[in-house]
Design a protein around this ligand. Structure first.
Ligand SMILES: [Zn+2]
Ligand SMILES: [Zn+2]
Ligand SMILES: [Zn+2]
Length: 89
């Protein structure tokens, strides 16, 4: 059930899921991460806002890729950064 809808989440037809369970940026520097998120524009998997580097949110603002999906096993939800919208799928 969607609590809030935005045009970005509505535009997602097929949800991209993680191909590798690691943050693409943290692995380069050896930094730890907490949870993983997959960008729905380019498919890159990066770390969440609870992680020290917050790569997913940095990527969203730098690349203007608004929507991420949780890459955590068993979690099926999408989040839009600019709208703060959350939706299960
Ligand atoms: Zn949006
Ligand atoms: Zn990271
Ligand atoms: Zn992206």
């Amino acid at each position: 059930m969607a609590k809030q809808r935005c045009a970005h989440i509505s535009a997602v037809r097929t949800v991209k899921t993680a191909t590798r369970f690691e943050c693409a940026e943290c692995v380069k520097t050896g930094d730890p991460w907490v949870h993983l998120r997959t960008c729905q524009d380019c498919g890159v998997t990066l770390c969440c806002d609870s992680s020290p580097n917050q790569h997913a949110s940095k990527h969203a603002s730098a690349s203007r890729h608004p929507v991420i999906a949780s890459a955590e096993p068993g979690e099926r939800w999408l989040y839009c950064y600019p709208d703060g919208a959350f939706a299960k799928y």
